[in-house]
Ligand binder design. Structure first.
Ligand SMILES: Nc1ncnc2c1ncn2[C@@H]1O[C@H](COP(=O)(O)OP(=O)(O)O)[C@@H](O)[C@H]1O
Ligand SMILES: [Mg+2]
Length: 356
């Protein structure tokens, strides 16, 4: 962990200056001033604005840009409470994960959680399903490849649908024709396989009912359905026959999104551009982890994050960086850098072969 700044701040002095510079005081009827205070925590500093119902109250709720500039730190959270506004700033910069060739020792793991780096740990059981969006070249394939290895380390069954037959489609050679699909008919077949597996698990668990037990207690390993280029697939539904296929597939995906978690069956959806026609907002809201890679329009972010779209979008310049939202944290989308892969050194296929 790196400190953003080595230099110690004199926060009292800074906040005093801030009040003056932003006109948060008045001398008209005696001295009136907004009250700011702060608390230094191990990885953040919290600035409090105390609201007295006076004329500074509204202004105190909208100071994020000014405060972020004052501290030169990224705002991680703003909480508006009844009597107080909290601005949280990160003082420790989270570190990006760097992917290296694994050793034999760390072949498989029983851990459910996946370390995504940058301070983010992901558990599909707590936060089922993943959405990755981003334009061409934003790093979707690199990120999905990383996840794919992590799925295999956890002895998962992985199904792949790649309607554009790009990077992932070529994995059929290693993962088997029956689990990797690129044509619409094959995609429908693979989705059916995943749905059937989910339903079979439900059936088994009902027949062998144990109160309070879940799929993992019954020994079911994770199933991951990776669906790349969702938008392109939907666009392929041009005539009656192909529309039927698209509908059937979307129906299958919907079942997995809504029912998968209990059966340890999950979906990862990737799309260049999210639209409400790509995935209804209801279904989108059931995808627990959502990542938008690369710079996007605010409308684009809204399609991914909905009400969790951050008010201010940080600059997104680093390859493989973007915004990440994890359900249940109460936070909006936050700046994130996906695991760094040195493309010259890292051989994805060689790595994959260790696990399959
Ligand atoms: N996490 C990353 N680490 C290192 N390089 C990356 C990363 N993400 C993207 N890149 C670079 O950007 C290129 C395009 O990424 P890619 O995953 O193919 O984008 P997309 O699938 O979104 O079109 C990669 O070939 C690589 O050079
Ligand atoms: Mg790609």
């Amino acid at each position: 962990m790196k400190k953003y700044f080595q230099r110690e701040f004199h926060y009292d002095f800074l906040l005093l200056e801030f009040i003056i510079a932003n006109n948060l005081y008045s001398e008209k009827n005696g001295l009136e001033s907004a009250i700011l205070s702060y608390e230094e925590r191990s990885e953040e500093i919290v600035i409090y604005g105390v609201k007295y119902g006076d004329r500074f109250a509204t202004k105190l709720e909208t100071l994020e840009t000014e405060m972020s500039a004052l501290l030169n730190l990224p705002l991680t959270e703003k909480i508006i409470r009844e009597g107080i506004v909290e601005y949280h700033f990160q003082t420790v910069k989270p570190e990006r994960l760097v992917i290296e060739t694994s050793t034999e020792m760390e072949k498989h793991t029983n851990k459910i959680e996946i370390n995504l780096g940058y301070g983010i740990v992901y558990s599909p059981v707590e936060c089922p399903h993943i959405l990755v969006s981003g334009g061409t070249g934003s790093g979707k394939s690199v990120f999905i490849s990383y996840l794919l290895l992590e799925f295999f380390k956890r002895k998962s069954t992985v199904y792949i649908c790649d309607p554009k037959n790009s990077d992932l489609g070529s994995l059929s050679h290693y993962l088997g024709e029956e689990k990797v699909a690129t044509s619409p008919n094959n995609i429908a077949r693979v989705v059916r396989l995943a749905v059937t597996e989910m339903n079979d698990r439900y059936k088994y668990m009902n027949e062998n009912f144990k109160y309070g037990s879940n799929a993992i207690d019954h020994g079911f390993q994770p199933v991951w359905l990776i669906f790349d280029e969702m938008g392109a697939f939907q666009a392929s539904g041009t005539d009656k026959k192909s529309k039927e296929i698209v509908n059937e597939v979307m129906n299958g995906l919907k079942q997995i999104i809504l029912l998968g978690r209990q059966a340890n069956v999950f979906i990862l959806i990737a799309a260049q551009q999210m639209r409400s026609e790509t995935l209804s907002t209801d279904l989108r809201d059931n995808l627990g982890l959502r990542i938008a890679l690369g710079a996007n329009s605010s409308e684009g972010y809204r399609m991914v994050f909905g009400s969790a779209t951050p008010e201010t979008i940080p600059p997104i310049e680093v390859k493989g960086s973007g915004l990440l939202y994890k359900q249940g944290t109460g936070k909006s989308g936050e700046y994130y850098e996906s695991p760094y892969v040195d493309m010259q050194k890292f051989d994805f296929i060689e790595e994959l072969k260790k696990y399959i």
